[in-house]
Structure formats: structure tokens, C-alpha cells
Design a protein around this ligand. Structure first.
Ligand code: ADP
Ligand code: MG
Length: 251
């Protein structure tokens, strides 16, 4: 059984069909790339899967359960987490606080006076702080942890965004253009981290606009065009497919 099964997904905005009967399945442990020209429906695909927008038709099954239309917080708790093309850190907060606050379910501890906190809550808080610091170190953001995240470069923000979503300990991680606007060194760095997460068992789906960026990274490529599946398969074969090259012409 697939970890993620998307069946007949359709979404229109006004008269525009952003997704048109799209079916895609992802197996547990896979590292899959989603490509396609601008406007092909890549982000809408993630938006529908992650509950950010509700599809007009079709079904999303995650880990054997129908989760169509479930809100993002519910999906995140069950292990399905995504990043956004535009990163969502709070610019007037430090890197460290941004990562800490991404932790799920802090149940308002911060608002309780210290004396009223149970030792269990304090343990939980300590665990969140440690996990945040571990992730900050793992992503080599240590030297920036007390900086406001508004001061970070585009690439550093992508790393911060990854650290933030990993606080949620996902089973399925959806990354929307994690390499866009990132310099080559940081791109390699992010790619290595994604590969490492996948090696450790996380299922990952990555959206990327450019042809070839993903060919060495992913197990399988899925190419969308006008909201539908154009081609899928082995990355090296897919990027040379005449239908794919044609879809990118005139971009
Ligand atoms: P991609 O990520 O592949 O570039 P998108 O999924 O962002 O494509 O967009 C697919 C199409 O749907 C585009 O034509 C886009 O303008 C349109 N679209 C996406 N989201 C919305 C929205 N919230 N409202 C109106 N149109 C949208
Ligand atoms: Mg997009």
C-alpha cells in the first residue's frame, strides 16, 4: 500500500483548472521529484494534499486513511508536513525561537506562571528546546541562532524552514521548491540533508521547477503539465523525454 495515494484530484480557480484529474502515488521510503513548467499545478497539488486548499474532486489517502479536506494541523499531527515556496518564518523573531515555536502542541505552557507548571510540562519544554538546538546545529545555523530571521539570506531561510518542519517529526515531507533562489553551495547542502533524511526512512516529495536539478537526487520524477500528469519514471529518462522538453519550451 502506498503511503500517499492521490486519486483524481481536481481543483479550479474561477475558470482555470489548476489540477485536472491528477492521480499520483508515493510509496513509503521513496524520494520523489515533482516538476513542471510555471503554472503546471505543482504548488496546488501540495496545497490540496496538505489541506491548505480543498479539492473540488478526488481523494487523498495518507497511510491508509482518507484525509481529503483535513486541515493542515490535523495532517501535521498524523505525520504529513509541507514547506511553502515562500518561507514562513517570523522575521522579527530569532532563528532559535522560530525553530522552537514550530514544535507541535505546546499547550500554552508559555502563558502559565512557572510555579503552576507541572514537572511533566517542564520536561516537555526542555525536550523541545533540546530538539530545536539539535536541529539548529545540524543545519549549521548555530552562529545565527540569536539573529532575527529577517536578517538571513534566502538560502539560510530555506534551511531554517527545513529545521522548523523537522520539529514536527514528519513521516511524509513535502518540500515546495527548497532550492529556489539558493546559491550552489547551499543547494548542495540542502540536497545532502534531504538525502540524509530519506536514508533515515523519511518519505520525501520535492517540487522543483528547473529541469535537471533533481535528476541526481530523486528515485522517480513526476512531471505535471496544465494540472495533469505528463510523464513519470526514472529521472534520467524523464528529463530527456521529448514531451517534457516540449512542455518547457517557450517558458
Ligand atoms: P506551479 O506551482 O506549478 O507554478 P500553481 O499550482 O501555483 O503552479 O498554479 C497553477 C495555476 O493555478 C496557475 O495558473 C495559478 O495562477 C493558479 N492558482 C493557484 N493558486 C491559486 C489561487 N489561490 N487563486 C487563483 N488561482 C490560483
Ligand atoms: Mg509553485
Amino acid at each position: 500500500m502506498s503511503l500517499l495515494d492521490v486519486d483524481g484530484l481536481t481543483k479550479t480557480f474561477g475558470g482555470l483548472r489548476a489540477l485536472d484529474d491528477l492521480s499520483v502515488a508515493v510509496d513509503r521510503g521513496e524520494l520523489v521529484g515533482v516538476m513542471g513548467p510555471n503554472g503546471a499545478g505543482k504548488s496546488t497539488f501540495f496545497n490540496c494534499v496538505s489541506g491548505v486548499v480543498t479539492p473540488d474532486a478526488g481523494r487523498v489517502t495518507f497511510d491508509g486513511r482518507d484525509v481529503t479536506g483535513d486541515p493542515p494541523e490535523t495532517l501535521a499531527k498524523s505525520g504529513l508536513v509541507r514547506t511553502f515556496q515562500q518561507t514562513r518564518e517570523l522575521e522579527t523573531m530569532t532563528v532559535r525561537d522560530n525553530v522552537r515555536l514550530a514544535a507541535p502542541d505546546q499547550r500554552g505552557e508559555r502563558t502559565l506562571p512557572a510555579l503552576l507548571r507541572t514537572s511533566g510540562m517542564q520536561d516537555e519544554e526542555r525536550a523541545v528546546r533540546e530538539r530545536a538546538d539539535d536541529l539548529i546545529a545540524a543545519f549549521e545555523l548555530d552562529h545565527l541562532r540569536d539573529e532575527y530571521s529577517g536578517a538571513l539570506s534566502g538560502g539560510q531561510r530555506k534551511l531554517l524552514e527545513l529545521a522548523r518542519v523537522l520539529m514536527l517529526d514528519p513521516d511524509l515531507l513535502l518540500l515546495d521548491e527548497p532550492f529556489a533562489g539558493v546559491n550552489p553551495t547551499l543547494t548542495n547542502d540542502i540536497a545532502d540533508r534531504v538525502r540524509g533524511l530519506n536514508d533515515d526512512g523519511m518519505t520525501v516529495v520535492i517540487i522543483e521547477h528547473e529541469l535537471e536539478t533533481l535528476t541526481d537526487l530523486v528515485d522517480r520524477l513526476v512531471v505535471l503539465q496544465q494540472g495533469s500528469l505528463l510523464v513519470e519514471g526514472d529521472p534520467a529518462t524523464v528529463v530527456e523525454d521529448p514531451r517534457v522538453i516540449e512542455a518547457y519550451l517557450g517558458e
